[in-house]
Design a protein around this ligand. Structure first.
Ligand code: FES
Ligand SMILES: [Fe+2]
Length: 352
């Protein structure tokens, strides 16, 4: 943004805490392993969606509504390429049309009903759904390049948060809340150094103290043995890449948060943590099957840490949301310079 471009306004709290989403984005709606042959119900900003994996392993997304009597398709079963509704067994295919009715009389035609379908992609361990109109082909999908990379150990968990998504992204952009997580030794003493803003992205650069340094093979044990940890300065960058979040702490850790806002008072998200093995150049000379075995054996080893952090954050966000609902006009105080640009971006996107 040029220095002469006027900044869009910071929304009022009442606008911000009820702001909608920009549907023309790819949202992270499920982890791949959650979508098996049984349909899964997800909600993206008020739209109920049935996700399912067909007999060929392909994932599809349909409006979660049987065209017959409007019950939830997600309570049905997968039959070949279609979902068979739980009630009368009508089969609805990936195009959203009825492909079979088990009790149709000879000579009776299938009704020409059609329900909404959504473009979905399975990439980097997650199911991404495009919530807008069109196929989303020209809309960038953030992706998690570390998910399949042999040099990164992945862990993931879900966030189910009784609050508007603005509270969650502000929590993730305001690194001064390391205080809340002191007992988990996540990071400490963050100082905001610089903020970069682009039309759909905000990067907040902090300098922080990290407890972990993953530079020798045995240093991985710091992840399990707190006495081995030593505070040392590391750059901590957090980025709002609308509608998602990405961060890095030094060279050793990357964390992503994939947002799936459900309603103005409910946000689901996925938190994905990567520990880098980049420093272990000797490991990289070993055969790929062995490196894959190392990666797979350590998969989800940070799950307990993530769940602990999420519990603490969600408890705070629930209180923020409750306080807003109790008095939507009451203003708070803010000193973190990264928050106003985040609020502007939320508002701008909600209007597009
Ligand atoms: S309601 Fe779905 S088949 Fe009748
Ligand atoms: Fe946190």
């Amino acid at each position: 943004m040029s220095p002469l471009t006027p900044l869009p306004p910071v929304p009022s709290l009442a606008q911000l805490r009820t702001a909608g989403i920009n549907r023309n984005c790819w949202y992270g709606v499920a982890q791949s392993s959650e979508v098996r042959q049984k349909p899964v119900a997800v909600v993206l900003w008020g739209e109920a969606i049935a996700l399912y994996r067909d007999g060929q392993g392909q994932v599809h997304a349909l409006e979660d509504r049987c065209p017959h009597r409007h019950v939830k398709l997600s309570e049905g079963a997968v039959v070949g390429e279609a979902i068979a509704c739980a009630y009368h067994g009508w089969q609805i295919g990936p195009e959203g049309s009825c492909t079979q009715i088990p009790y149709l009389d000879a000579g009776q035609k299938l009704p020409t009903c059609r329900i909404k379908t959504y473009p979905v992609r399975e990439q980097d361990g997650f199911i991404w759904l495009f919530g807008g109109s069109g196929d989303g082909a020209d809309v960038p999908l953030m992706g998690l390049p570390e998910w399949d990379h042999l040099n990164y150990i992945a862990s993931w968990t879900t966030i189910d948060c009784p609050g508007h998504f603005s509270y969650l992204i502000e929590n993730l952009m305001d690194m001064h809340h390391g205080h809340l997580h002191d007992n988990y030794q996540a990071w400490a003493e963050a100082q905001l150094e610089r903020i970069d803003t682009q039309p759909q992205r905000i990067d907040a650069h902090y300098e922080a103290q990290s407890y972990y340094k993953i530079d020798k093979i045995w240093s991985v044990s710091q992840l399990f043995i707190p006495a081995l940890r030593r505070l040392h300065p590391e750059p901590l960058t957090v980025s709002y890449i609308y509608p998602h979040w990405a961060s890095s702490l030094g060279n050793d850790f990357k964390i992503y948060c994939l947002f799936c806002p459900v309603s103005p008072t409910h946000t689901r998200a996925y938190l994905i943590h990567f520990t880098s093995l980049n420093a272990f150049w000797r490991l990289h000379k070993l055969p790929i099957p062995f490196r894959r075995w190392v990666k797979n054996s350590l998969f989800n080893s940070a799950r307990g840490l993530l769940d602990g952090l999420v519990r603490q954050d969600v408890a705070m966000i629930a209180q923020e949301q409750a306080a807003f609902l109790a008095d939507p006009q009451r203003k708070g105080q803010e000193v973190n310079r990264a928050i106003a640009p985040v609020q502007r971006l939320i508002w701008q996107q909600s209007q597009s």
